[in-house]
Write a protein that binds this ligand. Structure first.
Ligand SMILES: Cc1ncc(COP(=O)(O)O)c(C=O)c1O
Length: 422
């Protein structure tokens, strides 16, 4: 019997139908429960640069503690515009074209809510970062996946064109791409730009890994002909300066798009954290040597991660950018007798005490990604070493073939040898 006064209406709004829990954050929770090395969520376990931390401390001591200007502290927006100018994108108007928000996540959600109507469709390359679809759902929009195909993780231009309907309004491009590590070529970006021009689409480009590139070159989609007025370029302090908890990101877009994004951002969060925007001025003004060092540090972490996958018998394509490996665990699943890597990942957390992300969490297409796992490698060498030993032992326990590591960082199959043979 219903208690008198008990709430009768449904607890959650209908727009949350279809919202799951973040699988990646669930893996992080399980990792804590089983004392596993957490290579699921993409956050560094090493410190942020000293000068950036000191700038945040100084800002708080100097009482930079109140709301910042809604769309970002003027000196921080200027530092952002100057840094893009130094990288070949001059003339960004810091007053009219830059909006600072709470991380790339809020920036993207604000942009979608500001620019996409109920019932519109948004193209997204799949596999995809897990926050895009929920952001689209909040706007009442539908995400239409466009497959990136292994092992190169490229897309077929005809496939992209086929998925466009009269309701298609935007495309989300993650470059460098999480989770595949693709850095899109000039040709691929031109294909995307042509589609945007011909079909009058907005491009939302998530460039949060722009400074973490090992192979190829990061290029701004917004700089291609006809794209400046229809592109929202998103980035953040989170990955470039190892401060994912500070929640500072930004959007660069033409004044009409910026006006719309600022309206949503204003009423969603008012402003990003003021002391961390102040520290952002120091961060964005770090010299080229900081980015060179960061890239080379990440290259060694990537090579360590490739060695981990090789000695665990997990086949992968070496990433060109970002800080993830996406690997095929079909042999491990066969050995364990499971159909979906979600079950293998659970087993690895409990038995090997290493947390990865199951591929299904990175796909919207039902059944896709079930033989994949993602490993995040923004970690200290000792963290990676411990995970490597544990995953190699798991491969031995499962009796799967392992790979020898080639000098170029690619895994060279030595199928038939198990970890126990080495
Ligand atoms: C592609 C991509 N975009 C956005 C985010 C989230 O960024 P932020 O922490 O700045 O909200 C992540 C975090 O992993 C990511 O991989």
């Amino acid at each position: 019997m219903r208690r008198p006064g008990a709430v009768r209406r449904r607890a959650a709004a209908r727009r949350l139908d279809g919202f799951g829990e973040s699988v990646i954050r669930e893996m992080t929770r399980l990792a804590a429960r089983y004392d596993a090395v957490n290579l699921s969520q993409g956050f560094p376990d090493f410190p942020a640069p000293d000068e950036v931390k000191e700038a945040a401390v100084a800002a708080i001591r100097n009482d930079v503690n109140q709301y910042a200007v809604t769309w970002g502290m003027p000196e921080f927006r200027r530092a952002i515009a100057d840094q893009y100018a130094a990288r070949g994108w001059p003339g960004i108007d810091a007053d009219a074209e830059v909006t600072v928000a709470c991380g790339a996540t809020e920036t993207i959600t604000a942009a979608i809510l500001a620019l996409i109507d109920d019932g519109d469709e948004i193209l997204v390359f799949e596999p995809l970062h897990e926050s895009y679809a929920p952001a689209a759902m909040l706007a009442g929009a539908h995400v239409v996946p466009v497959p990136l195909r292994a092992p190169e993780w490229t897309f077929d231009p005809d496939d992209l064109a086929r998925r466009i309907t009269p309701r298609t309004r935007a495309i989300i491009v993650t470059n460098p791409h999480n989770p595949t590590g693709r850095v899109f070529t000039a040709g691929e970006l031109e294909t995307i730009a042509r589609v945007c021009r011909e079909r009058d689409l907005i491009a939302l480009t998530d460039e949060i890994y722009e400074h973490i590139v090992y192979q190829g070159q990061h290029r701004f989609l917004a700089r291609l002909p006809g794209m400046s007025d229809r592109t929202v370029t998103v980035s953040a302090m989170s990955k470039s300066y190892a401060v994912t908890g500070w929640r500072v990101g930004w959007a660069i877009a033409s004044p009409p798009l910026t006006d719309a994004i600022r309206k949503v951002h204003d009423f969603m969060t008012i402003a990003a954290p003021a002391p961390f925007q102040a520290a952002g001025v120091t961060a964005l003004r770090l010299g080229a040597d900081y980015y060179d060092r960061t890239r080379e540090d990440y290259r060694s972490r990537r090579d360590a991660a490739l060695a981990i996958f090789a000695s665990a018998g997990i086949d992968t394509t070496p990433p060109q950018g970002a800080y993830y490996l996406l690997g095929d665990v079909s042999p491990h699943m066969r050995a364990l007798g499971v159909q979906d890597s979600t079950e293998l990942v659970g087993w690895l957390i409990r038995e090997a005490r290493v947390a990865l992300v199951p591929g299904a969490a990175l796909y919207l297409t039902p059944g896709a990604g079930r033989s994949l796992v993602r490993l995040a490698f923004p970690k200290r060498p000792e963290t990676l070493r411990m995970a490597g030993e544990r995953l190699a032992s798991a491969a031995v326990a499962l009796g799967v073939p392992v790979f020898a590591q080639r000098q170029d960082g690619a895994a060279d199959s030595t199928a038939g040898h198990t970890a126990a043979d080495r």
